[in-house]
Design a protein around this ligand. Structure first.
Ligand SMILES: [Zn+2]
Length: 319
């Protein structure tokens, strides 16, 4: 049902597509509207703003009204002090005051979070967490794919953090003795050890012919590929070590593992054992580790949930 007060509007700003969605309400997140446009990021910053405006116009003509606020999932994060974007792989966004520019252009409040945070928000509010662990309050969403990221969600609300870097476990230092310089300027980040490309490079350095992680894993399961065995063992070992840092601090009620590497079964068995070995805990580690449910849609749905006033109020009461 179209309802100005309860509908949630969101946009996922990706490198190749701008996706818009309107959900009926936080308690009944039925999709009322969904549409995609190409980002055409090579045409520059102003063009991207124009594509977002075009999407909002389209949403307005479909729904028949404009909301007071909209959520936007972005690549990279916003520096809360300078109000500018950083670490976006759509590089023309970096250094730009995206939130302010969009608020001016759209005439509404913009709630922003990066795509990993939106992934966690969506899975927590309407995805696998809602389905399997509806009472969970603290959710850690992990992305392990071409990069490593994450998002912390408490009572349905994302923790962006004072500097806007909440959940960025991918740039914790893990193994400074190995790995290339990370784009963040440090050596040995989790991302430089555990992302797909890092493990693929490790495999080929051991003499394996260049392969994608999926093939390396298949090769490992067949049992005759020594470099594949070493690569998978490395992944399991460092997965536990890297995630233990997060678990020791947050002790989340549930962990959701997204991204291409999240499909590797072993993470949920041997990866769990590895994690258990590194955390500060005197009983069985029984935190549910779940595969996500929403796929590609998590970005846009999570963006929509950023605007959920009710959740914000709950958070204020908690504090
Ligand atoms: Zn880094």
């Amino acid at each position: 049902m179209k309802d100005l007060k309860t509908n949630l509007w969101g946009i996922d700003l990706g490198g190749t597509k701008v996706e818009g969605a309107v959900l009926e309400s936080a308690s009944f997140p039925q999709v009322l509207f969904r549409h995609r446009l190409p980002t055409e990021s090579s045409q520059g910053y102003e063009h991207i703003l124009g594509q977002i405006k075009q999407m909002v116009d389209h949403m307005e003509s479909s729904l028949g009204y404009l909301p007071a606020k909209i959520g936007i999932a972005t690549p990279g994060t916003r520096n809360t002090k300078t109000a500018t974007m950083r670490n976006c792989n759509t590089t023309c966004l970096n250094g730009r005051m995206l939130k302010e520019d969009l608020e001016k252009l759209l005439g509404m409040e913009v709630c922003m979070a990066n795509d990993a945070n939106c992934f966690a928000v969506a899975e927590a509010n309407m995805g696998i967490v809602k389905e399997k662990c509806p009472d969970a309050r603290v959710v850690f969403g992990v992305i392990m794919g071409t990069g490593v990221g994450g998002g912390v969600v408490v009572d349905g609300k994302v923790i962006n953090g004072l500097h806007g870097i909440g959940g960025e476990w991918g740039h914790n230092i893990l193994d400074a003795s190995y790995g290339d310089l990370c784009y963040c300027g440090k050596m040995g980040c989790v991302e430089k050890v555990l992302a797909g490309p890092a493990l693929e490079k490790y495999y080929s350095n051991l003499g394996g012919s260049p392969k994608k992680m999926k093939e390396i894993y298949e090769s490992y399961t067949l049992g005759r590929d020594e470099p594949a065995k070493k690569t998978i063992q490395r992944m399991i070992h460092f997965f536990g070590m890297a995630l233990s840092v997060v678990v020791n601090i947050l002790d989340p009620d549930v962990i959701v593992i997204g991204g291409g590497l999240g499909n590797i079964d072993l993470l949920y068995t041997e990866g769990r054992v590895s994690l258990q070995n590194y955390i500060f805990n005197d009983r069985v580690f029984d935190t549910p580790m779940l595969r996500p449910k929403l796929g590609d849609s998590a970005g846009v749905f999570g963006a929509a949930f950023l605007t959920n006033v009710q959740v914000e109020n709950q958070q204020i009461n908690l504090l």
